[in-house]
Design a protein around this ligand. Structure first.
Ligand code: COA
Length: 702
């Protein structure tokens, strides 16, 4: 038996077992490719070896290339380990458990046979990192499963489960046994003598007639232009699948390399790599013991069956956790449950879940009207109307009924956690779990720490978020916490630019060109203009210096609340969601400007973009300065997963670095002089600018 760094090789029953052992996820880090090639060479020269098994040790088969190595200088080998597998004279069987992603799946595809455990997941997610597979993946997968299915997987980057992979023809067999390794050895012995060996670099299986193929690629190209016109990687991925249908394998490989080199250091890939690691960094909680595993939430209760409460209940049901929804009256409860049922119904109609899945999920949700019925739940999330007295009342009731050790969480989007905590005798159990609408869809869960919340409660709430398939990020308690607080100045500036003569459709156009899927005003029409109206009233009452936003206030007072009232920032025809610019909005703007003596002017696209985003960058710096977020990258994660900030821009602070802290500071100083105190530069922004540092690296004071 020989051991080559991260690859272990042993002969079992006449089969050479090549086991990848590169924790935590078996990425193709230094030494792995060489180790595989060495093992193959050894086994091919050994008459006692009839076949090979390629397998992963630990949680996964292989998670793909080591992302940390991208963008840096790497040794480029002329002969790759995937090619060595494909060229092996003796058959190689990939035995997949956990994930086989990117380069991991490429290695499996180069094998002659693939078997997997039932829980395995495979995919080529490279486009989500701004690159394309460059180890033959696009060429082999297209040949193996046909252009239609390959296009779907490679251009979207989505993972597929074992059952689907078997159906698509990626897998030869699913083996449901406790030890995949010995099953794989048996399988390898069975096929050892088969010749010729199957190859995924031969002809395209499941080919399409030329005319259908042309339509397939044309439609895919159009759909990309519609959905992700800003992104280069999916377009290149499409071209590679197309090449697999029209060129030789070698030509396809050369094209993969060419595109990979072109994309690897482009802004898109840099931003997407940053976003990948920022998300993982956000999961790390300073001060939490790595030895203590927080206990999972196995049952939950939601107080308040409104839109938000219902969405959160669905998020639990979607991952198979029993959840009770508590509302005051049977009538309110029935309305809430009906809304949940309707939402699931839409998903069934769209084909994203089956009727059986809908029934299964609905069965996890139980409506109750008595607090006594929820006391045994591991966690409760309050999602009632945003009124301080109401929240206090709910928390004092929860304190009476919830079992010891239960998490007492609030979905409040702005109210100080301490107010809720102080309404109980167990403030240490209270934290924020702030979801974003629609809660069953949006991936962000902002976990908010009150002054009495210990790190263990935060760690457990973060685990709950992760188990729900959400991306958690921690904030400190303050008005708006970190996500909404950092976004509010952007929205404020947009409203103030309207007073000065900009138009909603102009601002929307600029933000869409920046990369947002929809403009902020069109989104506001969807969510309802009245949602933020109450919050502004509350702030105005609390702060005599508060700058009122006359235009949105007036719109709500006129009954223009968005799509639900047929008009908001835009006008909507009956039953149609297409926004049409509206003269009435122009009139409101003109009236407000006249009433307050505001001079109207024109704005350049850059001024609009900078004024909106710099205001938020400055606020994000203040949040960090006050220790209300751990890291600038956490705020980026919040923007990516809570607000649909364009991922290929990395996040607010990552984008800010593309402008530069000094340039932003100079502009903020100028606007401070012109517009007054809301533009006061944050000390942290000044410090980073003076040091010539990067905003994305900023952290809370240690
Ligand atoms: N390269 C380098 N590091 C990687 C990695 C990769 N391909 N995949 C995961 N890691 C690291 C993560 O950064 C994390 O490190 P940390 O603990 O220091 O933060 C650790 O491995 C665990 O990853 P995590 O994502 O937290 O584990 P998970 O079990 O939730 O998910 C995967 C596992 C494999 C699904 C997920 O990590 C993933 O999608 N990885 C990227 C796969 C990919 O895109 N491969 C193609 C590369 S071209």
């Amino acid at each position: 038996m020989s051991e080559v760094q991260t690859v272990k090789y042993a002969v079992e029953d006449g089969v050479g077992v090549i086991a990848i052992d590169n924790p935590p996820v078996n990425a193709l880090g230094p030494g792995v490719r060489e180790g595989i090639m060495d093992a193959l060479a050894t086994g091919n020269a050994d008459p006692a070896v009839q076949a090979f098994v390629l397998i992963g040790i630990g949680r996964n088969f292989m998670a793909g290339a080591d992302i940390r190595q991208f963008g840096g200088a790497r040794p480029v080998s002329t002969r790759t380990s995937a090619a060595a597998i494909a060229e092996s004279g003796k058959p190689v069987v990939a035995a997949i458990h956990g994930y086989a992603l990117g380069g991991g799946l490429e290695h499996a595809l180069a094998c002659h046979y693939r078997i997997a455990a039932p829980g395995a997941r495979v995919g080529l997610p490279e486009v989500s990192l701004g690159i394309v597979p460059a180890g033959g993946g696009t060429q082999r997968l297209t040949r193996l499963i046909g252009p239609k299915a390959a296009l779907d997987m490679i251009v979207s980057g989505r993972h597929v489960g074992a059952a689907e992979a078997l159906r698509l023809g990626i897998l030869n067999e699913i083996v449901d046994v406790p030890t995949l390794r010995s099953a794989a050895v048996q399988y390898a012995r069975r096929i050892a003598a088969t010749r010729p060996l199957p190859s995924s670099q031969a002809e395209v299986r499941r080919p399409l007639p030329a005319d259908e193929l042309a339509v397939l690629f044309e439609d895919a190209r159009k759909s990309l232009l519609r959905k992700s016109r800003h992104l280069k990687a999916p377009q290149k991925a499409l071209a590679l699948v197309e090449a697999a249908t029209s060129r030789t394998f070698e030509e396809g490989l050369a094209l993969e390399h060419e595109f990979f080199k072109e994309l690897e250091n482009a802004d898109e890939a840099k931003a997407l790599r940053y976003a990948f690691f920022a998300e993982r960094e956000a999961a790390k909680i300073p001060g939490a013991s790595p030895l203590v595993q927080p206990s999972p939430v196995r049952s939950a209760a939601i107080v308040g069956g409104g839109t938000m409460g219902g969405g959160i209940a669905m998020a639990f049901a979607d991952v198979g956790v029993e959840v009770k929804v508590l509302d005051m009256s049977q009538e309110a409860l029935d309305r809430g449950i009906k809304r949940i049922r309707d939402n699931y119904g839409v998903s069934v109609k769209r084909g994203s879940i089956t009727q059986a899945q809908m029934d299964e999920r609905l069965a996890k949700i139980r409506g109750v009207t008595d607090y006594a019925d929820i006391g045994d739940c591991d966690a409760v999330i309050e999602a009632v109307f945003e009124r301080v007295d109401l929240k206090q009342e709910v928390f004092s009731r929860l304190d009476q009924v919830m079992k010891p050790g239960a998490l007492l969480l609030t979905n409040s989007s702005a109210i100080d956690i301490d107010i809720m905590a102080n309404a109980t005798k167990r403030p240490q159990a209270v934290a924020g779990a702030h979801f974003f609408a629609p809660a069953n869809v949006m991936k962000l869960c902002e976990v908010v720490r009150g002054s009495a919340t210990p790190i263990e409660t935060i760690a457990r709430t973060m685990k709950m978020a992760r188990d729900l398939g959400k991306v958690g990020a921690v904030a400190g308690s303050c008005d708006g916490f970190a996500a909404n607080r950092s976004r509010t100045p952007m929205m404020t500036e947009m409203m103030l630019m309207l007073e000065e003569g900009a138009l909603p459709e102009q601002i929307d156009r600029i933000m869409v060109a920046f990369g947002y899927p929809m403009g902020p005003f069109a989104v506001n029409d969807m969510s309802g203009l009245d949602v933020s109206y109450e919050g502004r009233k509350r702030r105005a009452a609390a702060d005599p210096g508060y700058r009122k936003l006359h235009i949105p206030d007036r719109m709500v007072e006129m009954g223009r609340k968005g799509q639900k009232t047929g008009a908001g920032w835009y006008r909507y025809a009956e039953g149609d969601r297409t926004p049409h610019p509206d003269e009435v909005v122009k009139q409101v703007i003109a009236e407000v400007a006249k009433e307050f003596g505001i001079v109207q002017r024109t704005f350049s696209d850059e001024e609009i973009l900078h004024r909106a985003l710099f205001a938020s960058v400055n606020e994000a710096c203040r949040i960090l300065e006050e220790g209300k977020a751990y890291r600038a990258s956490d705020i980026d994660v919040m923007w990516l997963y809570g607000f649909g900030f364009p991922r290929h821009r990395g996040g607010l602070m990552f984008w800010a670095d593309s402008v530069g802290a000094s340039a932003i500071l100079a502009q903020v100083q100028e606007w401070h002089e012109r517009y007054g105190k809301r533009w006061k530069p944050s000390v942290l922004l000044e410090r980073v600018a003076a040091a010539g540092g990067r905003l994305r690296d900023a952290t809370a004071p240690q």
